[in-house]
Design a protein around this ligand. Structure first.
Ligand code: BTN
Length: 243
C-alpha cells in the first residue's frame, strides 16, 4: 500500500481527506513527523510536537454502507492496543469506544471522518495519534494523558509500532469487512476493554444513569446493566462514559 510521509503538515486527516477527494487509493497511509493543526474529537485540537508521537491517517474506500463506518474506529482501537502489547509487552487496554490507555491514562486517540452519500461511502479516513516518546504533557492534560516512554521508562521506535498497527489493522479490517459487523472481533475487543465489569456513569443528554459495563455487542454498542437488572445498549455517537 502507498505510504506518504511528510516532515510537517497541518493534519494527516486533512491530507488523507484531500487525497480521498482526489481519487487516492484504498489503503493509502499518510504519516507526518509533526502537525501544525492536529485535530482531536469534539472539535478539540491534538498536541502534535515533532519527534515523539505517531501521527498517521489511513484512507479507505469501503464497499459497505455508511452506517457501518463508525465501527471502523473500534477496529482501529483494537489494532492499536494489540500492536502496543506486541511491541512493548505492556498491557494496553481500550476505554470504550476508542481510547487506548495504559495504567489508566490515554496513550492514543482515534479520529474517524467520512465522506458519504446516504447509501454510499465515498471514503473514510481513520486518524491515529499515539504518544510514543513524549516526555511531558501540557498541564491541562497531565492527569489524563501519558506516553509509552513515560510509562515504560524506555524510548520506542515509531516505525516499528506504526508497522505493527497497520499489520493488525489490515487483518482485522478484512475480518470486519467480510462479516460487516464486529462479531469476529467482539471477544478480542472485550478482553482488552478496561471498562468491562466496572461501574460506569453514562452521560447522555437529559438521561444520566449508572451501571456495570458488560462489553460491546456485535455493532460496537456498549452493553450496560443497570442496578435494577435491566440492560441498555449505548451508542457511542450519543453519549460519553465516565469511570
Ligand atoms: C481524540 O480526540 O482522541 C482523537 C485524536 C486523533 C489524533 C490523530 S493524530 C493523526 C490524525 N490527524 C489529526 O489531525 N488527528 C488524528
Amino acid at each position: 500500500n502507498p505510504v506518504i510521509y511528510m516532515d510537517e503538515t497541518d493534519s494527516t486527516n486533512i491530507q488523507a481527506k484531500k487525497l480521498g477527494e482526489a481519487g487516492g487509493k484504498h489503503g493509502t497511509l499518510v504519516v507526518s513527523d509533526r502537525q501544525t493543526a492536529g485535530k482531536g474529537r469534539r472539535g478539540r485540537g491534538w498536541e502534535s510536537p515533532s519527534g515523539a508521537s505517531i501521527y498517521m491517517s489511513i484512507l479507505l474506500r469501503p464497499e459497505f454502507l455508511p452506517d457501518k463506518a463508525p465501527m471502523l474506529t473500534l477496529v482501529m482501537a483494537l489494532a492499536v492496543a494489540e500492536a502496543v502489547q506486541e511491541v512493548t509487552g505492556e498491557a494496553a487496554g481500550i476505554k470504550w469506544p476508542n481510547d487506548i490507555v495504559l495504567n489508566k491514562k490515554k496513550i492514543c486517540g482515534i479520529l474517524t471522518e467520512m465522506s458519504a452519500e446516504i447509501d454510499y461511502i465515498n471514503h473514510v479516513v481513520i486518524g491515529v495519534g499515539i504518544n510514543v516518546n513524549t516526555e511531558s504533557f501540557p498541564e491541562e492534560i497531565q492527569k489524563t494523558a501519558t506516553s509509552l516512554a513515560i510509562e515504560t521508562g524506555k524510548k520506542w521506535k515509531r516505525p516499528d509500532l506504526a508497522a505493527a498497527v497497520m499489520r493488525y489493522f489490515e487483518n482485522y479490517y478484512n475480518m470486519f469487512a467480510e462479516a460487516q459487523d464486529l462479531k469476529p472481533l467482539q471477544e478480542r475487543y472485550n478482553r482488552l476493554l478496561v471498562n468491562k465489569d466496572r461501574e460506569i456513569q453514562v452521560l447522555e443528554p437529559g438521561h444520566e444513569f449508572g451501571g456495570t459495563a458488560l462489553g460491546i455487542n456485535e455493532t460496537g454498542e456498549l452493553i450496560v446493566r443497570k442496578a435494577d437488572g435491566s440492560i441498555e445498549e449505548i451508542y457511542a455517537g450519543e453519549v460519553s462514559v465516565r469511570g
